[in-house]
Write a protein that binds this ligand. Structure first.
Ligand code: FEO
Length: 393
């Protein structure tokens, strides 16, 4: 195996999951990686582990560099099993290393693995000298779980923030600068939108806290995807922009259809949006995964939701999408509603009720058609799109 050295004596020893296509409800068409890092110093340190089925892959990479029994310290930045899943095996293999984690991390590890290891719990600002280098710990609750923390190595200006700044991508490359920037940022945006979006205020607070700590960051090595080796300020700024809800004049038309009527309305609305110069995209709910639509939503100012009525309510795929979306709490978007119905309506009412209960901003106008839209109703749909576009400044 080729060794990947991030900094002199610091290695990537993670695993590549080429085949994962669903990460707890998030579609991962490009797979993922579980990044673990090995630091050689007077005390050798393993930062995080990998998902359990990939233990031997990680062990193989470590063994290419040192005898795993020579690891003195295992840092667990996050208990979720894509990172702690090999802890039991590697800690047993090492013997009795010091396990460094947050207080909640200790509780989580004990509950997950039923072992009481030689723990050292740390809080923000605590340090641990490992010889020529120092580990500085920064608690990062809810980024991504309450137990999460970052590890920083000042001598290397290296931040190891676990889930934050990651991307779900399996690739031969290990560094973000080895792929085209727009491609990497697209993966990072999807990851942020589907995992960290509801935590945006905490992201901003944490970035501010790190800035105030005055710690220079030359490299960011997250626990998924590519390492930000060059100019990590790009991903830091992108996180600030996404967390602040920076969006452009872009509208998504998200719909499902039973007999094609809502789809015809959706396409007519799209025409109206385009005629007004808006960047517009159409998403049929059964042709696009919810997590792909959420990624597109990140930088959109408006969302038009269309559903036929089924059993006096919205179509089930719309219910699935809205349930997922409300949990991610996208802020600063304007929603519009449309749909078709047969003998009785109900879809728009149900969508509105759900959006209102979550305090989303909803355009006062709505568009409803019975059975099949006629030419006059399709013209109204184009006009509906044009008017919505004017509301998106
Ligand atoms: Fe990648 Fe929260 O685990």
């Amino acid at each position: 195996m080729e060794k990947v050295e991030l900094k002199k004596g610091i290695y990537w020893v993670g695993a590549i999951d080429w085949n994962v296509r669903d990460f707890h409800g998030y579609s991962t068409p490009y797979g993922s990686t579980y990044n673990a890092y090995l630091i050689l110093d007077e005390k050798n340190v393993l930062i995080d582990t990998v998902k359990a089925p990939f233990y031997l892959e990680m062990l193989g990479r470590i063994s290419e560099i040192i005898d795993p029994g020579r690891i003195d310290i295992v840092v667990c930045n996050h208990v979720e099993m894509d990172h702690s899943g090999s802890s039991l095996q590697i800690i047993d293999r090492i013997g009795s290393p010091l396990v460094v984690t947050s207080e909640r991390g200790k509780k989580g590890l004990e509950k997950h693995y039923g072992r009481s290891w030689k723990f050292k719990t740390v809080k923000t600002g605590e340090t641990l000298s490992i010889g020529h280098r120092t580990l500085v710990f920064v608690e990062a609750p809810m980024l991504h779980w309450p137990d999460s923390m970052f590890t920083y190595i000042p001598e290397e200006k290296l931040l190891l923030p676990n889930d934050t700044f990651g991307q779900h991508i399996a690739s031969c490359q290990r560094f973000a600068d080895e792929l085209e920037e727009s491609q990497v940022m697209k993966h990072a945006a999807k990851y942020f939108a589907n995992i960290l979006w509801p935590l945006a205020p905490l992201v901003l607070k944490k970035i501010d806290e790190i800035k105030k700590m005055g710690i220079p960051i030359e490299m960011i090595a997250p626990s998924h995807g590519l390492i930000w080796r060059r100019d990590p300020s790009r991903i830091l700024q992108a996180y600030v922009d996404w967390s602040q809800g920076k969006a452009r004049k872009k509208v998504l038309v998200v719909y499902d259809t039973m007999w094609g009527s809502t789809e015809r309305m959706a396409k007519a609305i799209l025409t109206g949006l385009i005629e007004e110069g808006v960047e517009a995209r159409l998403f049929h709910l059964r042709s696009n995964h919810r997590s792909e639509i959420i990624e597109e939503m990140l930088e959109a100012k408006g969302i038009l939701l269309g559903s036929p009525t089924l059993n006096n309510g919205m179509f089930p795929t719309m219910g699935d999408f809205l349930t997922y979306m409300k949990g991610l709490r996208p802020k600063g978007k304007l929603f519009g509603l449309f749909g078709s119905h047969g003998w009785g309506g109900g879809a728009i009412k149900e969508m509105r009720k759900l959006l209102e209960s979550e305090k989303f901003e909803i355009w006062e106008k709505e568009l409803s058609v019975q059975f099949v839209p006629n030419p006059e109703e399709l013209s109204r749909a184009v006009q509906f799109g044009r008017e919505f576009a004017k509301r998106i400044v």
